[in-house]
Write a protein that binds this ligand. Structure first.
Ligand code: 9YW
Length: 425
């Protein structure tokens, strides 16, 4: 029998395109933002140089204004829509590589600390310059987040496109997305449904709205100020804010390790702002944290995994801890594997459709980490154990049906392999 750890490493090797990793063959042929951060942590469990390289190739795509784009198109490929011809972002960065025009969750700072901790264990002294370069890129990107996506200083950063959340068709975005027109000037040539069954993917009408949003921001020439005022979709997202807050805490740790006192002060201020923002989003009824629709002014009370992600950044009080523990256990009742990305008792739940129910290994990784941080170690261990065993049974799939445990979407997925390597340590 093949050793599963070896198989996970083999997936990363197979998806390696020379220093960067594609999420999977065919379906996603470029370097994705948060995928790469998770993947670098997977590499760090056995090859620290390759782990650094992953982040180094990624920052080649950083924009002049500091933004980390969601996709870096290192080499051309026509097997993905929308490609560079649709985004047209050339003026925003120094020519090559081409990139998309939106961002994704800033796991980068979390990964950087993970990698640097691995460096400290090996006692290598030759990684300092490389670490400084990555730290500076991360700091610039955090400054971009605060300036471009929280201009009103709420302590909550906003997404302007569902793709930015990384949970593209989550029910959390339904109401806000329904206000976005379906009209597009671009011909939509979906490639994803050539690789994966359409019933497991976002719907065509979602793609029309996704494309409409791209066109609006392209017309703003990707200027963050214009985008902010023209955005037809604007959500202060607790998942994004929590990842940014945690990454900021990890950069604070990095800055103290590297003796960067100037950066420390700035990072402390940033961190406090985000923690205050997140704390203000606790919702008693949902028993979790809720995002805010900045256009309607309404709280988004949909039970999705985003409600639990703030655990990675916050220290909960005992009431919140108990509520979240009970809520996660309730969501997992009767499931072969948790945690579903939409509560099974919700009318929006679909066990096979992408971010509307299926279990994602990296989401479990984040939530388990947040549970540990909040002294809920037993529940964390159960979630980690279940994630490991579903991967061992079903393979390195993109996501899993919580009711049956079946592996779905693309297979041979890099971040699922990385999650396995990190959780199995
Ligand atoms: C897309 C690569 C990406 C992930 C996202 C996931 C999906 C589709 O695949 O996005 O076209 O960008 O929703 O979180 O980064 O694995």
């Amino acid at each position: 029998m093949v050793n599963v750890t070896d198989a996970a490493r083999a997936i990363l090797a197979r998806n390696d395109r020379g220093g960067y990793t594609v999420p999977t063959d065919g379906l996603y042929p470029f370097q994705w933002n948060w995928d790469s951060a998770f993947v670098s942590m997977g590499f760090a469990t056995f090859d620290i140089d390759r782990a650094y390289q992953e982040l180094e190739r990624f920052i080649q795509g950083q924009w002049n204004n500091g933004m980390f784009p969601h996709i870096i198109f290192h080499v051309p490929s026509d097997s993905y829509f929308p490609g560079p011809d649709v985004w047209q972002t050339e003026q925003c960065h120094s020519k090559k590589p081409m990139t998309s025009g939106i961002t994704q969750p800033p796991v980068f700072g979390i990964a950087l600390r993970f990698l640097y901790e691995a460096v400290l264990v090996t006692g290598r002294h030759d990684m300092l310059e490389r670490t400084h370069t990555l730290f500076n890129a991360a700091l610039r990107s955090h400054r971009w987040w605060l300036k471009a996506r929280d201009p009103d200083k709420r302590g909550l950063v906003a997404i302007l496109h569902p793709w930015e959340s990384g949970s593209d068709n989550s029910p959390a975005w339904d109401e806000a997305l329904a206000r976005v027109p379906t009209t597009t000037k671009t011909e939509i040539c979906r490639q994803d449904t050539k690789h994966v069954n359409a019933t497991m993917r976002p719907r065509n009408i979602d793609y029309q709205r996704f494309t409409h949003l791209v066109e609006v921001y392209r017309e703003c020439q990707w200027d963050p100020i214009k985008q902010w005022s023209h955005a037809p979709f604007k959500i202060a997202d607790v998942q994004m804010t929590a990842i940014l807050a945690r990454a900021t805490a990890d950069l604070i740790w990095m800055a103290s390790q590297l003796n960067l006192s100037d950066a420390l002060e700035e990072l402390f201020t940033m961190h406090q702002l985000l923690i205050n923002g997140l704390n203000s989003r606790w919702n008693q009824h949902i028993r979790g944290f809720v995002s805010l629709d900045l256009i309607s002014g309404k709280d988004i009370e949909k039970p999705t995994q985003t409600c639990f992600i703030p655990l990675i950044a916050l220290e909960l009080d005992s009431y919140q801890r108990k509520s979240i523990q009970e809520e996660i256990e309730r969501w997992c009742q009767g499931m072969v594997i948790g945690i579903p990305t939409t509560a099974p008792f919700s009318p929006d739940f679909e066990s096979k459709r992408y971010w509307r129910g299926p279990v994602w290994a990296v989401i479990n990784w984040l939530i388990a980490d947040g549970l540990r941080k909040n002294q809920l170690k037993e529940l964390a261990a159960i979630i980690e154990g279940n994630t490991i065993s579903v991967i061992e049974r079903a393979g390195f799939c993109e996501y899993f049906d919580p009711i049956t445990g079946e592996g779905l979407g693309g297979n041979t997925f890099s971040w699922t392999a990385a999650a396995y390597l990190v959780l199995r340590r």
